[in-house]
Ligand binder design. Structure first.
Ligand code: XMP
Length: 512
């Protein structure tokens, strides 16, 4: 498969570059900045991209690539810090800018012949974020575009295949950036449109068959996007050699267990072991109010139940997991780069290593949006493919205080209203998450002639890219009104609905 290699110098946008290249239907991989040139050469890339990064090229411990990469005779695109590296490594000059250029700017393209700027207007909006700037071109280079603040906003040595951009083509604030990246991979590197989910489906099926042979595979199905798509893909590859295990922990949303059974057993005819462990989970959670303790009980019980279920299924050699590419990318610590230290605290694949399985991980090179695309390709519905994230501990993190069957019933009913109305108004598909939380607070109300003393539901709707930070969504008043009216009218035990208008940080998405 044709591929582009992206060397990561610690930019917060490195993964965005990779996603943009894949959107150009070209496969790419992110490698650490110091990957040896021989290793890169062995990958036979059609092109190399040097990412941006927080360092200064002349700082004492600035990350530098193996100089051998400049002799590989492979087209190269340097972005921001990457451009400065090109300049410095090939004999140009980089100096601290007199003022930091940050934010929007206008790029004026001076050389209409430049392959990087084909099919573009003469002036385009670009987004900058840099302090240093190039002050002298290396021999063989020329300027092809400028901004008010930079005479070297885009440079090239067409002969040798070196291209550099001072701005960030990968971000949304450079609206025509996708065309620039497409020009690089298609026109300059000569890539074809080989990376599609249709092609990947075939490739992955062959790989799974080759890895698994005649052995059996088990898959922990949660109903979430990744495990659902993995189940269907594996089933297509190995049919009845796959058994899915679905654990009902009693903390699922209304009808969730049934709809998983309907979809996977009846519709896709996938072998499914359904373990109803509601009683064990709820009895162990009885009387527990402390959030961390709830999580611990749920986590440990899940492992126990899954191990038992897996013994019942028997003789599987492989365990399939929906690990995604962002979890696999090696991150190299780069001085002064906080992005390299942030890691999700909820990475709970959670199954202990003593379970001696070999892993099948068909999404190890995919981004989340590609998994959704693949799901669509495999015939999964919009409901499944665009399902909002749902935490492993389920409704337990949305019931404050003790978890009882009564409280679960109240929350399930309120949650159903939220999901239904969010889907009906299409807002469900536009945002990261929307759900109800049951507060342990009761307050006075009136219903008809009667005085009530009932629970409060908090409504939470957030926008987010990855769950690490989030902002509350300004849902239209009429939608909020409908949700609130329906919950109070239809859900017995609730007489008040509040809206959570906190962002993360400092609040979290779930209340716990
Ligand atoms: P917080 O509440 O930490 O949540 O802001 C961030 C994102 O993670 C989800 N979440 C979980 N996902 N297992 C999961 O798989 C968990 O234990 C868990 N806890 C929170 C949460 O729904 C949000 O999308």
């Amino acid at each position: 498969m044709e591929q582009i290699v992206i060397l990561d110098f610690g930019s917060q946008y490195t993964q965005v570059i990779a996603r943009r290249i894949r959107e150009c239907k070209v496969y790419c991989l992110i490698k650490p900045f110091n990957t040896p040139a021989s290793e890169i050469a062995a990958m036979e890339p059609k092109g190399i991209i040097l990412s941006g990064g927080p360092a200064s090229v002349y700082a004492p411990n600035a990350p530098k690539p193996d100089p051998g990469i400049f002799n590989l005779k492979v087209p190269m695109l340097g972005i921001c810090y990457g451009l400065q590296l090109l300049a410095e490594s090939l004999g140009g000059k980089v100096e601290p800018g007199t003022r930091r250029e940050y934010g929007k700017g206008t790029l004026r393209i001076q050389d209409a012949e430049s392959p990087l700027f084909q099919s573009l207007e003469k002036e385009i909006q670009v987004w900058n974020s840099h302090g240093d700037k190039m002050t002298q071109l290396p021999a063989g280079f020329k300027t092809v575009a400028v901004t008010d603040n930079s005479d070297y906003a885009a440079v090239e040595d067409r002969q040798r295949g070196f291209y550099g951009l001072q701005f960030h083509p990968e971000v949304a604030h450079t609206p025509r950036g996708q065309q620039i990246l497409s020009n690089f991979v298609h026109k300059i590197c000569g890539c074809s449109d080989s990376w599609t989910m249709q092609a990947y489906r075939q490739m992955a099926i062959e790989q799974i068959r080759a890895q698994v042979g005649k052995e059996h595979v088990i898959l922990g199905l949660s109903g979430g996007v990744d495990s659902s798509v993995a189940a269907v893909l594996l089933h297509e590859a190995i049919g009845d050699q796959l058994t899915c295990i679905f654990v009902n922990n009693g903390l699922l949303r209304a009808n969730e267990g049934d709809s998983v059974r309907d979809l996977f057993c009846r519709n896709f005819k996938i072998k499914l072991h359904y373990e109803d462990a509601t009683d064990i989970f709820l009895s162990r959670l009885a009387g527990v109010t402390e959030p961390e303790k709830k999580r611990m009980i749920i986590g440990n019980t899940f492992i126990e139940v899954f191990e038992e279920a897996q013994k019942k299924v028997g003789n599987a050699k492989f365990l399939a997991q929906g690990t995604l590419y962002p979890d696999v990318i090696e991150s190299v610590p780069i001085a002064g780069n906080p992005a390299s230290m942030i890691k999700s605290h909820h990475n709970v694949g959670g199954l202990p290593e003593k379970m001696k399985f070999e892993l099948v991980e068909p999404f190890r090179c995919l981004f989340k949006d590609e998994v959704r695309e693949l799901g669509k390709e495999l015939g999964l519905s919009r409901e499944v493919v665009w399902r909002q994230p749902f935490p492993g501990p389920g409704l337990a993190v949305r019931i404050l205080g003790e978890i009882t069957r009564d409280r679960l019933e109240i929350l399930r009913n309120a949650d159903s209203v939220v999901v239904e109305e969010m889907k009906r108004s299409e807002w469900y598909y536009k945002i990261w998450q929307s759900f109800a939380v049951l507060l342990p607070v009761r307050s006075v109300g009136v219903m008809g002639d009667e005085r009530t003393y009932d629970y409060t539901i908090a409504l939470r709707a957030v926008e987010s890219r990855d769950g690490m930070t989030a902002d509350w969504v300004k849902l239209p008043y009429d939608l909020l009104e409908r949700i609130s009216n329906r919950i109070i009218n239809e859900v017995k035990g609730v007489n008040r609905v509040c809206l959570d208008i906190s962002s993360k940080p400092p609040a979290t998405i779930e209340w716990e």
